[in-house]
Write a protein that binds this ligand. Sequence first.
Ligand SMILES: C[S@@+](CC[C@H](N)C(=O)[O-])C[C@H]1O[C@@H](n2cnc3c(N)ncnc32)[C@H](O)[C@@H]1O
Length: 312
Amino acid sequence: MTKSARSKSDSNQTLLRFQIPNTWDETLVALLEAQGLGRAVAESTYAPGALASDAEDPSRACEVRLLTSTEGSKEVVAIVQSWFEAWGLNADQWCIDQEEHDATETDSEALWQASWRPFRCAGYVIHADFHPREGLTLRPADIPLTLFAGSAFGTGGHASTRLALKVLTEWCKDNPPIRLLDVGSGSGILAVAAALRGVKEVVGMDPDPQSAPQAAKTARANGVGTQCQFWRGGYETARGTWPAVMANLVADLLQDGARDLAQLVAPQGKLFAGGILDVHWQATCDAFASKGLQLEQKLERGRWRAGIWFKP
Ligand SMILES: C[S@@+](CC[C@H](N)C(=O)[O-])C[C@H]1O[C@@H](n2cnc3c(N)ncnc32)[C@H](O)[C@@H]1O
């Protein structure tokens, strides 16, 4: 693929466009943010106003955009190139375009808003409150789920959240669990998604002070406010046992919390654990196995791994 660069000398911002295979976009967005390189958006999959199928097509290219300072852009490009190499992507699978940009202070947020498009995942149509539902072309089986801008994690754009939504849909297909615990509920996306599929009692907690109010607002806006309850706190504040537990966290938290998480799962119950980079998969499996949980299914998306564990 070609590598191109256009310049405008009076600009101090550069828009970097990374074209990469579909399903790697979420890993790139998450890593850029985790490394403090900026808030990127995956501007890929769907044309405005059209909701494409959620069928996965790893051969389809997608684009991740990042607005960065022109001064720092070379370094960002070098870092990202080194990731692509480390991930084993061939040179013909990716391309980086750079476009100098006359930016205003609000550009980054505006870029994010403009790029945050409704998308389908596991039968849900995830959209922001600034996308009116009347403008969505819904299919009869679609379940629309409205999210709000906020700092709590969980727009559904992250690979691990998508894997979690797929598992929820599967769990709720014939016989939804009556109660579900959402550990690290963030924006409330998983809890609300569960309630929308018929789970009667959904409880979520997150130490992020923004999370509980945002999640409660999301639940109310989606008509499931009375089924959902959220509070501020870590997994150690959860009580009781649950037939279904979602823990979309990160690998070290899952490993450190394996004992607590295993205790929260009722006998014959299931735990979904996600947010695990491939290199941390085995250690996470070992931690859960040592607490008596049995791995039932492994899920993958890009470099992200997740699993379903069963408690005998
Ligand atoms: C990867 S996000 C998941 C958010 C959302 N559930 C989703 O699936 O998109 C992980 C969340 O775990 C929260 N978290 C961090 N430490 C935690 C802990 N000790 N116990 C519970 N949640 C924690 C973070 O604040 C963050 O919101």
